[in-house]
Design a binder for this molecule. Structure first.
Ligand code: HEM
Length: 301
């Protein structure tokens, strides 16, 4: 059952963490990602933050763009097709897999997980993508600017120009592709959590059996902790009544902890589904298989 937090003039929020509720809300035509500044104070502040942070050249990044945005939907479908491992086109190179497998194994000379994962994702958008401490820090800034609970930190990132510079750097590296900025600045953090989990599993020899590959991958697919919707009109939802401007938090991370499933992790089957839903488990699998295949003594180059 959803939980409402309503203080007149201050906040109007609905939160859902049960899988059936999330699916019902995600399909509800009254909820969208138009993110108009309306409703009580905190709602407006949260919406303004999304609008200020998750945009490129005045346009919202695809993960916060409205349902009826035809360009978003077209790009989502094109990217989904391009990232389909079944299509037969290589989605990663040898250097990428070796670096990630080395980072999972903690091999001497292996790069840190964050930049290695960012580079793997970045190369989907720019074949020559090279992650650096700067590009990884930029991803941290973008993520903090949208997720921090500290309004002073949010204001500092904005006013100091760090947010603008970080977004510019991320955008330049993917040749200005908005999906690439989302992927290398925001989505990559979910992937890194997965590789961190993989690193923990690596320490337990029982998981290193080829028979355990699928079970390992399942444990390493992490959903975003939450995604946001805004009611565009009043009405009754599966989690109670909403007014125009009510913010609805779909707590994917909590739902996934109870029952894993691609409909929760990637919103599969929904208009907002992640175009990397097939790519992510395939990459995790390729990295794990490499990690368990290389002899213990081998270092990464
Ligand atoms: C563990 C990794 C990932 C997870 C769990 C994940 C999950 C999700 C989810 C749940 C959404 C829907 C957001 C919403 O409904 O508001 C989404 C959207 C999106 N994701 Fe991912 N994602 C991951 C990695 C990636 C990667 C690697 C890419 C690109 C290469 C990517 C590209 C996108 C894009 C472009 C959207 C926006 C789709 C649209 O509505 O047009 N994601 N992702």
């Amino acid at each position: 059952m959803g939980r409402s937090l309503r203080i007149p003039g201050l906040i109007d929020l609905v939160r859902a963490d049960a899988r059936a509720d999330i699916r019902g809300l995600a399909d509800d035509g009254r909820l969208d990602r138009k993110f108009e500044p309306r409703g009580p104070l905190i709602n407006r502040l949260l919406v303004l933050r999304i609008r200020n942070v998750l945009r490129l050249a005045g346009t919202p990044l695809p993960s916060v763009a409205p349902r009826d945005d035809a360009r978003r939907a077209r790009a989502q479908e094109e990217l989904r097709r391009r990232l389909d491992p079944a299509a037969g086109k290589p989605l990663w190179d040898e250097e990428t897999i070796a670096a990630l497998a080395g980072a999972v194994r903690g091999a001497p000379g292996a790069p840190p997980l964050g930049p290695a994962a960012q580079q793997a994702v970045g190369r989907l958008f720019a074949a020559d993508y090279k992650a650096s401490p700067q590009s990884w820090a930029a991803a941290g800034v973008l993520d903090a600017a949208v997720h921090t609970r500290n309004p002073l930190q949010a204001a500092f990132l904005h006013l100091s120009g760090r947010l603008r510079r970080s977004r510019r750097l991320l955008a330049d590296l993917v040749h200005g592709d908005p999906a690439g900025v989302h992927a290398t600045g925001i989505a990559v953090h979910n992937l890194v959590r997965g590789f961190e989990r993989m690193r923990e599993l690596w320490k337990e020899p029982r998981w290193r059996s080829p028979a355990a590959v699928d079970a390992v991958v399942e444990q390493c697919v992490f959903a975003p902790p939450s995604v946001l919707r805004q009611a565009v009109m009043p009405g009754a939802t599966v989690c109670g009544a909403v007014r125009a401007g009510t913010l609805v938090v779909l707590e994917l991370g909590a739902a996934r902890e109870r029952a894993a499933g691609r409909d929760v992790e990637f919103m599969l089957g929904n208009w907002a589904q992640c175009p990397a839903a097939a790519f992510v488990p395939a990459l995790l699998q390729a990295v794990w298989k490499r990690a368990i295949a290389v002899p213990e003594s081998e270092a990464v180059s």
